[in-house]
Design a protein around this ligand. Sequence first.
Ligand SMILES: Nc1ncnc2c1ncn2[C@@H]1O[C@H](COP(=O)(O)OP(=O)(O)OP(=O)(O)O)[C@@H](O)[C@H]1O
Ligand SMILES: [Mg+2]
Length: 246
Amino acid sequence: MEPILQVSHLSKTQILQDISLQLASGEMLGIMGPSGSGKSTLLYNIAGLDQPSQGEVWLGDVDVARLSEDQKASLRLHDMGFVFQQMNMMANLNLLDNITAPAKWANSQKSGKRKAELENKAKALMKKLSISGLENRSITEVSGGQLQRACICRSLINDPKILFADEPTGALNQRAAKEVMIELSKLHQEGTSILLVTHDSKVASQCDRILYLLDGQIQGELKLKKMMDPKEREEQVNAWLRSMGW
Ligand SMILES: Nc1ncnc2c1ncn2[C@@H]1O[C@H](COP(=O)(O)OP(=O)(O)OP(=O)(O)O)[C@@H](O)[C@H]1O
Ligand SMILES: [Mg+2]
């Protein structure tokens, strides 16, 4: 299958060296590695939030690194979804308005959907992520897991081609992390392409494939078999991480 994302020889001075990777359509690819190894920097460079010093990043038939800042912003808005550890939700808006915000912004640029249509879409996403009923709560009136699931709704409101997640469960307790991972796995099973940074082997074990980053270079790759039992997958990830010097 054609890869949806193709990164070739990407470098970022003093942080990343000659990174090449591919993400197949519908694949969930994990990036692991020690703190400071360059995982977040890699994600930012792929998503056009930072400019690589060398290399190419193709999303479909677009070379992200060659676009102007405005074109990159538009690509992020329309074709990419982001779920980060620092959630960047707006404190003065309720959950529903936070979720629809990127779509309202996108529609102000193109002729787009009407408010009611957007809100229905946001509500359908909230239902899917099991947070129906919280539409009018402020972001301080929901739990960490609920807020992170709202972030996932927001990241999906413009039907992105690819979802970038940087430690999406990092700020959550175990139970909330589990809720969020169940939802991300569902999205993956429905065919969403996901690039996920995590330090959690349980989370990583839900990926199709995991890359190990060390000192800005890819040091190893683990492919996980689809049909394997979750416990077995996690054990395989842990054994692989030990072999990588984790
Ligand atoms: N804007 C920047 N300018 C200069 N150096 C940076 C910048 N951002 C990150 N770094 C450095 O690049 C290296 C990689 O950082 P990065 O945040 O990508 O690591 P990480 O693997 O995501 O770590 P963590 O697991 O702690 O999130 C670190 O040494 C960091 O200090
Ligand atoms: Mg990071």
